[in-house]
Write a protein that binds this ligand. Sequence first.
Ligand SMILES: [Zn+2]
Length: 442
Amino acid sequence: MTRKLIILGYFLFSIMGMAQIYKPIDTADYLQREAFLYNFKTDNELFIKELRSRYSGRMSSELSKIYKELGTDFEGKVKNKDFVFKSEFDEIIQSLIERLRKNNPEVPKNLKILIARDNTPNAYCLADGTFVINMGLYNWLDNEAQVAAVISHELGHKIDGHTPKMILSIVEQNKQDKFTIQEIKETTDSKSQNRNQKAFDILKNRIYKNGVEKRKLEMQADSLGYVIFKNSDFKKNEFINALQKLQAFDTISAKELKVSTYKKLFDLPMQSFKEKWLKKEDFSLYNYNFYKEKLNKDSLASHPEMVRRIERLKKIFPELKASVDPEKSSEAYMTLKKIGKMEILPNYFHSEDYGLGIYTAMQFLQDGEEEKYYKSWLGKCFAKIYEARKNYNLNRYLDRIESKNQSESYQQFLNFMWNLSLDEIKNIAAFYQAIEVVAKVN
Ligand SMILES: [Zn+2]
C-alpha cells in the first residue's frame, strides 16, 4: 500500500513537474513570416524607387545599392528565424505604441512590429517602418513605462529620419574623401611623409565626425522621444529610469559562479568530478583594476555617453531632475518578463552562443531556478559544444580566455570548458540530454 502510494505520489509529482516545464515560444509561424517577407520586399522596393526619383546620378545609384543590401540582409535575418511572429509580446507592444500615439499624431501609423530573439535590451527602426523590439528589453527593464520610453526614443529617430540622414551623410562623406585624396595626390610629393599624414588626418576626421554626428542624433532622439513620452499617460521619470537601467547593462552577467556549483552539476554517476577541470591559467598576472578600467573604457563605451545624455535631458526638462523610484510593474508586464527570461536560453541557442548559454544556465541553476528546464538546456548546449570540439571549431562557440577583458568568474568558466576532454564533454551532454527526454513527454 505504502509502496503504491509512493509510486502514485511520484507519478503525480512527475506529471506536475513536467507540466511546469516552460514551453519555448513556437517558431511554427511560417505563414506569418512569408507574409511579412512579401510585404517587406514590396515596401523596400517602393522606398528605393522613391529614392531614385529624388536623387540623380551617382548619389541615386549608391543610395539604392545601400538600401538594397540592407533589405537583403534583413530578409536573411527573417528567414533565419531571428524574429518570432504571433507571440505574447505583439499585442502588448502594439498597445504601448497606441498609448504613445494617442496625443502624438506625428507617430507613424504604418509601423510593423517585430520581436527579436535577442537578449540585449535594444530596439531599432528600419527605413520602411519595421520596428524591431528585442526580448532583452523585458529582462532588463522594470515596467511597461520604461519599455515605452525606449520605444519613444526610437520613434524620435524615426520621425526625424535619422537613418536616412546617416546613410546620406556616409555617401556624401565617401564622395568628399575620394575627392580630397585625389587632391592630396595631386598637390603633394608622393614620397613625402606629409601625404600619409594628410590621408590619416582625413580618416581620423571622418571617424570623429561620425562619432559627433551619432552623438548629436542620439540626443535629438532623446529630446524628441521624451516629448512624445511626456505627452502620453506614462510617469515622466520612468524615461530617466529606463536610460539608467540601460546604462548598467552588460552582455555577460557579473554574477559569480561558485566552485560548489560546478561540483554539484558535474559530479555525475558515470563520471565523477575532477578537480583538475577547475585548473586556471596563472592568475598572478590577473589584474582586476586593469579589467575594471577596461570595462569602464571599452566594453561599456556607450555608458559614459549615457551619463551625459541623462544630464542633458535633466537640463532641458527640469521636471526630470528629481529621482523617482521605478513604478511597480503590472501583472501583464510580469508575464512578459517571465517569458523573456525563459527565452534567454532558447535565444542563446538560436544565435549559437552555446558557451554563453551554458554559463547562463549554470547561473540560473545556482540560484535554484526551473531546474529541469535549465538542465535540459545544459544538455542541448553541451551536445553542440561536443560537435564543435569534434570538428575542431570550438572557438566559434566558446570564448578564448583573455585575462584582461573578462571577469574572474567568467575566466574560471572558460578554463573549465577548455579543460574538458572530448569524452568528458560527451558524457556531460548525454547525462543532461536524458533530462530533455523527460521534458518532451509533455
Ligand atoms: Zn538611439
